[in-house]
Design a protein around this ligand. Structure first.
Ligand code: 13P
Length: 247
């Protein structure tokens, strides 16, 4: 049985002063939730998240990581630095990184490997654009994104990783994939893993992300292969995020 996991992705939002109430509210509210809970916050707020969330059931992590261990990479942050700050997880391959910052499948795979090497759990995002869905290549795109990581890290790496299916057309648009549409892709992701190792496929947590709200969370999370959510906008409102965690 896979334990549910709900991860908040704040994206580029927040302020030192404003974060306190949100972090405190999530910390208090999550204590009564059965699912595992984590928050991925902007780099400058990782230390603050650590201070507030330390000792609670809420884990924290970053939204991206360098594929390199150290060196002349101005502006980059290494996985070891995130581990230093108490992070336990990091998002890799978010569609916003893939589309705005040129993260290719190979770069995402290298980031995945770098994260694991430092002891972090990578949260690997995959998903198709609207144009890709409409031209019928959803399966091909998602499989290509998964295969890059399987080739670089091997299927056993999934024992300490999380996958998130985020259809790009559903992110921040208010358009959610229907529970059936999401389940279909989640099932194909699990089948891809099962082709490598059936036992690992059964235990890998696959989250859904894209306009998850308190009103649609329960039905999405009720699908056989959906093990929780990666939450953007709604993770900025404590009551909404906690309602999704409770779902
Ligand atoms: P929204 O929940 O705002 O659609 O964002 C989803 C997402 O990209 C989470 O990583």
């Amino acid at each position: 049985m896979r334990k549910s996991l709900v991860v908040g992705n704040w994206k580029m939002h927040g302020s030192l002063a404003g974060n306190v109430a949100l972090l405190e509210a999530v910390k208090a509210g999550a204590a009564g939730v059965r699912a595992d809970v984590a928050l991925c916050v902007p780099y400058p707020y990782l230390a603050q998240a650590g201070t507030v969330l330390s000792g609670s059931k809420v884990a924290w992590g970053a939204q991206d990581v360098s594929e390199y261990e150290s060196g002349a990479y101005t502006g980059e942050v290494s996985a070891a630095m995130l581990a230093d700050l108490g992070c336990s997880c990091v998002i890799v391959g978010h569609s916003e990184r893939r589309s705005f910052y040129g993260d290719t499948d190979a770069v995402v795979a290298a980031k995945f490997v770098a994260a694991q090497k430092a002891g972090l759990t990578p949260i690997l995002c995959v998903g198709e654009t609207l144009a890709e869905r409409e031209s019928g290549v959803t399966t091909a795109v998602v499989t290509r994104q998964l295969d890059a990581v399987l080739a670089a890290a091997g299927v056993s790496a999934l024992k300490s990783a999380v996958v998130a299916y985020e259809p790009v057309w559903a992110i921040g648009t208010g358009k959610t994939a229907s529970p059936q549409q999401a389940q279909e892709v989640h099932a194909l992701i699990r089948a891809r893993f099962a082709a490598e190792d059936a036992a690992i496929a059964q235990t890998t947590r696959i989250l859904y992300g894209g306009s998850v709200k308190p009103a649609n969370a329960q039905e999405l999370f009720g699908q056989t292969d959906i093990d929780g959510g990666l939450i953007g906008g709604a993770s900025l409102v404590a009551a909404d995020f906690l309602a999704i965690c409770a779902a």
